[in-house]
Design a protein around this ligand. Sequence first.
Ligand code: AHR
Length: 609
Amino acid sequence: AELSVDASFRRPIPSTLFGIFFEEINHAGAGGLWAELVSNRGFEAGGPNTPSNIDPWLVIGDSSFVVLSTDRSSPFERNKVALRMDVLCDLESCPSGGVGVYNPGFWGMNIEGGKKYKLVLYVRSLDSIDVSVLLTGSNGLRTLATTIIKGPASAVSDWTKVETVLEAEETDHGARLELRTSKKGVIWFDQVSLMPEDTYKGHGFRSELVEMLKEIKPRFIRFPGGCFVEGEWLRNAFRWKESVGPWEERPGHFGDVWMYWTDDGLGHYEFLQLAEDLDTVPIWVFNNGISHQDQVDTSSILPFVQEALDGIEFARGDASSKWGSLRASMGHPEPFNLKHVAVGNEDCGKKNYRGNYLKFYEAIKRVYPDIQIISNCDGSSHPLDHPADYYDFHVYTDASNLFSMSHQFDHTSRSGPKAFVSEYAVTGKDAGTGSLLAALGEAAFLIGVEKNSDIVEMASYAPLFVNTNDRRWNPDAIVFNASKAYGTPSYWMQRFFAESSGGYLVNSTLVTSSSSSLVASAITYQDSKDRNTYLRIKVVNFASSTVNLKISVSGLGANTVGLSGSTKTELTSANVMDENSFQQPNKVAPAQSMLQNAGKDMDVLISPN
Ligand code: AHR
């Protein structure tokens, strides 16, 4: 096979081409990227009616010593449920160490020796009860950190906010938070939070997961879903107004598509902050009055339109505006750089979509003419029947099909809105739980996206994260539990494209047999550190045999240092179904070597798969 690259022809690649899509799915946020260690911190997950289920909180001691229940005595108006603990024993009769309640976090808390953890809780008692706060190993026996909250001096007390820092002396990856006492009486707890102090920029994100995102240099972040935005029913959809303001006052909600409760510590503000921290463009997907099961009629959609406008004002309004002032009070007086919004997710086929969409479109363009609006209707094969700046394109398919979709956009109309491939992945048996084969199909597809980046302006893999304790969707790019994380081959594949956004597509022509299993592209880009310009050629070999590729390079220009220092980076493995795991996180990971015989005409061996 032959590949000729002519660098004298070049076309700019959009600066936003490759980004990420964060959805609250698989506990990606709650129990994942959002570093809060307490699960169900406000005792609201069991519903507003009491008595309710306080899962995953559990009692320490049996019912002859302590009784846990819930009531609606919380000081917070939007989340009234609080935990009531009736202690029936005292110092003489309680089991040693006392009785109480513990929270195991999201399948165990990762507590690391030498690190600090900020505890905030609200407590109320009619009696002068001291509470021991402990971080213990998973069996509750080994103490990692401890402190004491002194009870009130007087007999009747109001709710009191307690803030303290616990420093762990030992490590346990499956730890829990315990609240214990040996004093008879009644005590209430509410809004119990435990956060590691070393979150990313102190903004509440789990640092090593953010670092993994930074490595793929995302140029946008689409959030917060996906189906999470729609809800199975509208009453359970993510509503941004319920996710802003002081964390203690957020009601939380049950996401009925991915079937778990979120306290919504990771809310609208935090998503915008994350985009800023990643130095990337936020793309907000909002609910357009349509869920999987119910729809608001277009005649009644205006309150939803106002909700979207308010959400934009929250992001962009100055501190004198109603919603901008709330953002400022949360710590960000400067506006966030929100310029893209999507009207719903995968709703195009639904009865009210077009009617509702137009109401959102007209209202947003009237108030914010510069905001780019994304329609859910695919405009790649025929023109849209409504105005839009972008249209969504989603694809989940097998590896061969996605490989052949490297030509998907070759013949798409160049007039009209731009394409946003906001979700793509190989799924089904080809994908395993994140196979090399999946990454090969995806890489070929992205090469097609890169070559068609005059019409495709943005693309993101989906889903981004999975906590292995709640795998709702398979496969995913980054796999984690409480303490470990690794990238699937699809994650590593994305790193090959990290420099493409904002670079230049250069001419590349592949000459192969007609039934080729090769796809290739070439770009030039400026390195952000040394400011030199590099040529990068990407080749996908979808076959299980080695290919000798004759590469010729021309048009490099007079100032070229030369190709002699060139490197070759391969993502491959012995078996095409190989995957990474917690035990072997880098089994399928890029390996770099010097490129032998590098020059303007060179023979390069491309490994199988
Ligand atoms: O990425 C997982 C899901 O796939 C998204 O929530 C949805 O948009 C699509 O159906």
